[in-house]
Write a protein that binds this ligand. Structure first.
Ligand code: ATP
Length: 119
């Protein structure tokens, strides 16, 4: 792949991130939550491994939410009418976001709660 093609690929991906943040209230919520997690981790002086765990689960939530949003948009485009199959697809995609969020909350709890209790 040429360097120019690679550059434009990254530009489209950055554009996608911007679209998600501008058009989706969930995107802005994730951005605020991410800033809060970073601030809390810095304040509580997390170790490198704790930072890594927080980064992984935060990234997982972003990944799940962005793919869920893309799936919702595809379904609204190809099948705007009510259909049981669309319900199944959208519910399962939303379930992936929930699974990632529960994991992130659990890891956040394991990392932050003992540090907060020790203050
Ligand atoms: N075309 C459809 N046919 C059947 N059920 C649908 C359809 N569109 C939406 N639903 C149901 O409504 C739910 C919400 O779908 P919608 O596309 O409104 O997502 P949303 O409210 O924008 O979700 P999110 O909060 O994740 O952005 C789906 O999980 C599904 O159960």
């Amino acid at each position: 792949m040429s360097a120019q093609k690679r550059f434009f690929g990254i530009r489209h991906a950055v554009n996608g991130l911007g679209l998600f943040l501008r058009s989706e209230s969930n995107g802005r919520m994730h951005a605020i939550a991410t800033v809060l997690v970073i601030a809390l981790a810095a304040w509580l002086r997390c170790t490198a491994i704790e930072w890594a765990l927080l980064a992984i689960v935060t990234g997982m939530v972003w990944l799940a939410e962005m793919l869920n949003t893309a799936i919702e948009k595809i379904m609204d485009y190809v099948q705007p009418e009510i259909h049981p199959q669309v319900k199944w697809i959208k519910d399962v995609a939303a379930g992936a976001v929930l699974a990632a969020t529960i994991t992130a909350i659990a890891v956040g709890g394991f990392v932050f709660v003992p540090k907060l209790l020790a203050l």
